[in-house]
Design a protein around this ligand. Structure first.
Ligand code: ADP
Ligand code: ZN
Length: 882
């Protein structure tokens, strides 16, 4: 347990103990050097400080004698971040009466251009940076305690800096927006209002009488009635400390209907407590129960157990023995959770070895990074679930990052099964209020585990002890809007700063993780076998160049003779098959046979996809939709070919060939919500569907024992992608798919169709050869100087006027001249997708072996003024350069 010392009188002044006995005070975020002579006086028993341990039990209640003098009261200003794209924090003056509750991590209400807004204090300074008479004052402090824990605040600053993002956009990402839109608090008379009134005088008396006369009233209203604001704040602080008024903060994460009443003991000495309760029997029972329980309890439960009325609780509250608060309700079970099987009793030797290594790193106060690799089905999930459970058993908490938990109902089920209501699960189809409620539950210590996609890395868990990143190679960890952070990398930074272990998990680790492992910065634990003894499936490759083309398909063939024969056999045996097609819709291209015109999006320089069921052309980049034309718009030709195949066309072909089989499609069009996804998966898992045709969505985290055939219709789409990660993505996709098959008792077969069967990504995946692939691919990246062998930043200018984008990019390159030797600039050139959503895109790549030169380059580029209508994207460590 970490012990800090906190000064009782000057709040937010804490003292960090240091070995030599030398120390510094922190006050309002500033360090104040503390003379050694004084440190000695701070010994227990003499004087000045209160020990604050994690349970906030004050053990040294002492006088504040001398040290106040060392804290000068220089004028202080708060640096406040508003959740907007403003480039930086703003300075506001801290009014004296709220000085004690304005500190980093607190929310405040301020005015900006005439509007009242809620911002987050990130620091306190004595120099506001502008003429101090122009600095406005903070209108109101919203929190008595830090609202955002220090480690999250620290991470916000790191992300803003590293990813060159306006800090407000980081705050907006880290903290659910609802929590930064706080309506004004209301004030009402408190439990002891009458008592205090009896000897109150002056404004105190006036205020209490006003409150006792009416119902709740807002701060603004009281001000309008003639209570001066500064006076009022001081009064409220004073009176609420004596329970005479209650300041009710609405909003602030209180999502209506989601909370229930709870009761906790206040911090009183046992004797005081007993005195106050006296001989009242019901009150005595309640007290005994709460003391015995040692934690807060739901009011309803308390009343049921103690057989008392709410009146008893109110009386105890009036006496200051207990306090009531609102607690977030246990979440309702989610429809999209797949019931979890009971956890296995024993681990395999490999699993045990990994778990022992991980748990050995818990609580050591030191960062340790691990990479847990192993084929799909080797029991990785089981290992990390136990690791998190162990961390929780030791009193700390865990974050589990998953690409998208809504897409992995089985994992959601496991988490619910093991951690019950002590887990908060976040997913992307969650309402804003729900997400805020989950965040609040985490902040208030009501959960031990937070699981979710990238934003879960911001979970405000006060005792975070371990971070797991499942499927660490997944591209969705990178946010594709500002701030363009990579949650896996941020998770590693967080673990480093907190001195806790982090475990990256993957069957197909990213080249970044593999390189870290090679450098010894991640310890690798491998699970080389499948748990169930299930063998890896036999993988066959079909060379599509040798297949006869299908009629009317422009020389292409979608389903090879081998794949069709295997499908027939599988169905005849009453087993199931999955066909993987990495495009949705009917066909990726609509081509006029007369003039060769291709239907492309008006806003984007990409062809539009034919969706036959919707009778529409859709742009998969901007979502534009048009009716499927009957004639060519250019030459009025009447023969329009649907070139290539997506899930819809393949499913249709299979239905024609196997009319008795039930065929389902699983892609983003058919699974628009987790519930729809689950319905499709359940139908398949119950055997109602024989063939599932889907995009990569089917290869993620599901387990179907009766699937004995998996066909990859075209393994090459990704290889042709104009991006250096094409081979890596192909390898990952094929390995994932191969891992899906053959997990039951019956052996499975995987058939991969490809026009490039000799490409190393294809051949290594077929041979289940991860080390071989990573060796070759790392060598390739080194040779061509691509990440992770070098560091990469993408800078892109976008504008509706092509010339403006070109001009801005050229100016950016000029600003870097003379280019330092360590910096390589590639471009500017049109992006592979030259136009997107109506904006032309011109980009350049900046490469350097270390971060230094890139940092400088970014700073120069970011300092350049932008013409109107030109948008600049700075993407540090981009996932894609398209
Ligand atoms: P991975 O995450 O590597 O794909 P999982 O942890 O999901 O693998 O395990 C695959 C299956 O094996 C799951 O159904 C899981 O419950 C089961 N399993 C995991 N560990 C064991 C074990 N030690 N004994 C028996 N079954 C296990
Ligand atoms: Zn488009």
């Amino acid at each position: 347990m970490r012990v800090r010392y906190r000064c009782r009188r000057v709040r937010d002044c804490s003292f960090k103990q240091q070995p030599a006995g030398l120390g510094r005070f922190r006050r309002l975020g500033r360090d104040i050097d503390h003379p050694p002579a004084q440190v000695e006086e701070l010994s227990p028993g003499r004087g000045t400080l209160t020990e604050v341990t994690d349970n906030l039990a004050p053990t040294l209640e002492l006088r504040l004698a001398d040290h106040g003098a060392s804290v000068s009261s220089a004028p202080v200003f708060a640096r406040v971040v508003l959740p907007t794209a403003l480039p930086d924090a703003l300075s506001y003056r801290i009014p004296d009466e709220i000085e004690s509750v304005v500190a980093p991590g607190h929310r405040v209400r301020v005015r900006l251009r005439g509007h009242s807004r809620v911002g987050l204090v990130v620091g306190c300074v004595s120099d506001p940076g502008i003429a101090s008479e122009r600095v406005r004052a903070i209108d109101e402090a919203l929190d008595a305690e830090p609202f955002v824990p220090a480690h999250v605040l620290d991470l916000v600053a790191f992300v803003a800096d590293y990813y060159a993002a306006p800090i407000g956009t980081v705050v907006r990402t880290a903290i659910p927006p609802v929590l930064l839109r706080v309506p004004a608090p209301v004030i009402e008379a408190g439990a002891r209002a009458r008592e205090v009134l009896s000897d109150a005088v002056g404004p105190q008396r006036e205020l209490l009488e006003r409150l006792l006369a009416g119902r709740r009233v807002s701060f603004a209203r009281l001000q309008a009635e003639g209570f001066p604001a500064s006076r009022l704040r001081a009064l409220l602080v004073e009176l609420s400390a004596r329970n005479a008024v209650k300041v009710i903060e609405r909003g602030a994460g209180q999502v209506p209907g989601t909370t229930v009443a709870a009761v906790a003991l206040t911090e009183l000495a046992t004797s005081v407590r007993n005195d106050r309760v006296g001989r009242a029997p019901a009150q005595g029972r309640v007290l005994a129960f709460l003391v015995e329980l040692g934690r807060p309890v739901l009011e309803a439960e308390l009343i049921a157990v103690c057989g008392c009325s709410t009146g008893v609780v109110s009386e105890l509250e009036r006496k200051g023995v207990v306090r009531r608060f609102r607690q977030y309700k246990e979440r309702a079970p989610k429809r999209w959770e797949l019931a979890a099987p009971p956890p296995p009793q024993t681990l395999t030797a490999h699993q045990q070895a990994a778990l022992t290594a991980f748990t050995g790193a818990l609580g050591g106060g030191k960062f340790r990074g691990f990479l847990l690799s192993g084929v799909t089905g080797s029991g990785k999930t089981e290992v990390y679930l136990r690791l998190v459970a162990e961390a929780v058993a030791r009193g700390s908490q865990g974050i589990v990052l998953v690409p998208e938990i809504g897409l992995t109902p089985a994992l959601a089920g496991h988490l619910a099964g093991r951690f019950g209501d002590r887990v908060a699960v976040l997913h992307s189809s969650m309402a804003e209020g729900e997400r805020a409620a989950a965040w609040e539950r985490a902040r208030r210590g009501q959960v031990d585990v937070v699981a979710g996609p990238r934003s879960a890395v911001w979970a405000p868990l006060p005792r975070l002890g371990v971070i797991v990143v499942d499927e660490e190679q997944d591209a969705s960890y990178k946010q594709d809007e500002e701030p363009r952070y990579h949650a896996r990398d941020v998770a590693l930074v967080l673990a480093q700063r907190l001195g806790i272990p982090a475990v990256l998990v993957s069957a197909t680790p990213s080249l970044e993780a593999l390189q870290l492992a090679e450098q010894g910065r991640l310890e690798v634990l491998d699970l080389p076998e499948r748990v169930a003894g299930g063998r890896l499936p036999a993988v066959e490759v079909v060379d599509l160049c040798r297949e006869p083309p299908e009629a009317g398909e422009h020389g292409q063939r979608f389903l090879s003779r081998r794949l069709l024969a295997a499908l027939g056999d599988t169905l005849a045996r009453g087993e199931q098959a999955i066909l993987l097609v990495n495009r949705r819709g009917w066909a990726p291209v609509l081509l006029c046979r007369e003039c060769g015109h291709q239907a492309s999006c008006q806003a984007c320089s990409v062809p539009m996809t034919v969706h036959r069921r919707l009778r529409a052309l859709m742009c998969h980049y901007c979502g534009a939709r048009r009716d499927l034309p009957a004639q060519c718009p250019r030459c009025s030709g009447e023969v329009l070919d649907h070139v290539g195949a997506g899930t819809e066309k393949i499913a249709n072909r299979v239905r024609e060939l196997f009319p008795r089989a039930v065929v389902d499609i699983l892609d983003r069009d058919t699974a628009r919500s987790p519930a729809q996804l689950l319905a499709t998966l359940e139908r398949f898992s119950a055997g109602a569907t024989q063939i599932l045709v889907g995009t990569q969505m089917v290869s993620k985290g599901h387990h179907f024992p009766a699937v004995t055939l998996t066909g990859v219709v075209n393994a090459d789409n990704l290889l042709g992608f104009p991006d250096f990660r094409g081979a890596e993505r192909t390898f990952q996709m094929l390995t994932q798919v191969a891992g899906r098959a053959g997990r039951g008792e019956r052996p499975g077969v995987v058939i991969v169709q490809s026009y490039h069967p000799d490409h190393h990504a294809v051949s290594a995946a077929l041979a289940h050869d991860l080390p071989g692939f990573s060796r070759q691919e790392l060598a390739y990246r080194r040779a061509f100087r691509y990440p992770p062998a070098t560091r990469l930043v993408l800078v892109r200018y976008e504008s509706e006027r092509e010339s403006a984008a070109v001009g801005a990019a050229a100016a950016a390159v000029r600003s870097l001249e003379p280019t330092p030797a360590a910096l390589r600039v590639v471009g500017p050139a049109p992006a592979p997708i030259a136009k997107l959503r109506g904006r032309w895109r011109v980009q350049m790549l900046l490469l350097a072996p270390t971060r230094g030169p890139l940092r400088e380059a970014i700073a120069r580029i970011a300092a350049l003024p932008l013409q109107r209508g030109v948008h600049r994207v700075i993407d540090v460590d981009p996932q894609s350069t398209v």
